[in-house]
Design a protein around this ligand. Structure first.
Ligand code: GDP
Length: 317
């Protein structure tokens, strides 16, 4: 949600439809509630509701209770290049309403369009917005509502990074995924590994070493390269062909003795990792470990398997 022209549709188009940021200049403003399912093309099966700025909570035809009841995360977009007094009062109204209906919603505030701001200015804005929003909540006696803030722009990778964090909070298996990645990298001499949703370039998990933006950007670029090359040269012309399948994998040697390795994990997920050239000499070991990792990931997400197991356990009792 967010005021009109804050950038909601642009974010959705750039993250989920590969639209280039410049094209968003010509997007029409959102003036009705749009709902979109991301579940068919992406690992993360979720819906995005794009709300126009001026939602009237008192309008009886708008059933916000029904919407908020099933909501996992509410992203509120604030245009940082504009005066944000009105946006903050909207944020307050929205958050308090939504919290009443469903206290389990994660409230995520995107301080958006920060591309025009200097680093100092960005921090200053974030501090100011953070303080005002929390003061408003405190004044209303609602300190227990937690808001998370992100500085975002569609002109760099910050919007993907922020979306990744939002989505990760909604994945109950996250600790298991992180643990599997930690085991995988420490046994394979790998420095950093990400599990990516290929379509959106959201990373749904990474190992526990810190993420730096440059590494993340390189991964996004690698996914683009792989998919683009595959689209141009990999498709055989039959309709069912997709640029990403079981055979998808790529190795890129950078000129600083680092190797990037991408491999298909599931229909929607890819593992992208960074390692030293000398570690890559033991590619056999890495591939064996990858095979085990992939099997584990399949088990984590195989709901059928889980149901069968729990049935078996129950019948043994
Ligand atoms: P909506 O009404 O909230 O859906 O807003 P739109 O997505 O239509 O965006 C309004 C305008 O903001 C468009 O002209 C976009 O090009 C622009 N915009 C969106 N995101 C960014 C951003 O990160 N940086 C800058 N500078 N402009 C942006």
């Amino acid at each position: 949600m967010g005021l009109r022209r804050s950038g909601k549709s642009s974010i959705q188009k750039v993250v989920f439809h590969k639209m280039s940021p410049n094209e968003t200049l010509f997007l029409e403003s959102t003036n009705k509630i749009c709902r979109e399912d991301v579940s068919n093309s992406s690992f993360v099966s979720f819906q995005i509701w794009d709300f126009p700025g001026q939602i009237d909570f008192f309008d009886p035809t708008f059933d916000y209770e029904m919407i908020f009841r099933g909501t996992g995360a509410l992203i509120f977009v604030i245009d940082s290049q504009d005066d944000y007094v009105e946006a903050l009062s909207r944020l307050h109204l929205t958050v308090t309403r939504a919290y009443k209906v469903n206290p389990d919603i994660n409230f995520e505030v995107f301080i958006h369009k920060v591309d025009g701001l200097s680093d100092d200015h960005k921090i200053e804005k974030q501090r100011d917005i953070h303080k005002r929003a929390n003061d408003d909540l405190a004044d209303a006696g609602l300190e227990r509502i937690h808001l998370s803030f992100y500085l975002t722009s569609i002109y760099d990778h910050s919007i993907f990074e922020a979306f990744s964090k939002v989505v990760q909070k909604l994945i109950p298996q996250l600790p298991t995924l992180e643990n599997l990645l930690n085991i995988f990298i420490s046994n394979s001499g790998i420095e950093k590994a990400f599990l990516f949703d290929v379509v959106s370039k959201i990373y749904i998990a990474t190992d526990s070493s810190p993420v730096d933006m440059q590494t993340y950007e390189l991964c996004c670029d690698m996914i683009d390269v792989v998919i683009d090359i595959s689209c141009i040269y990999g498709l055989t012309g039959d309709e069912a062909g997709t640029p990403y399948d079981k055979e998808s994998m790529a190795i890129i040697h950078l000129n600083n003795t680092t190797v990037m390795y991408l491999k298909e994990v599931t229909k929607f997920l890819a593992l992208v990792c960074f390692l030293r050239e000398e570690s890559f000499e033991r590619k056999g070991l890495i591939d064996y470990n990858f095979h085990c990792f992939k099997k584990a990931i399949e088990e984590v997400f195989d709901v059928r398997l889980k149901v069968q197991r729990s049935r078996k356990l129950l019948s043994q009792r």
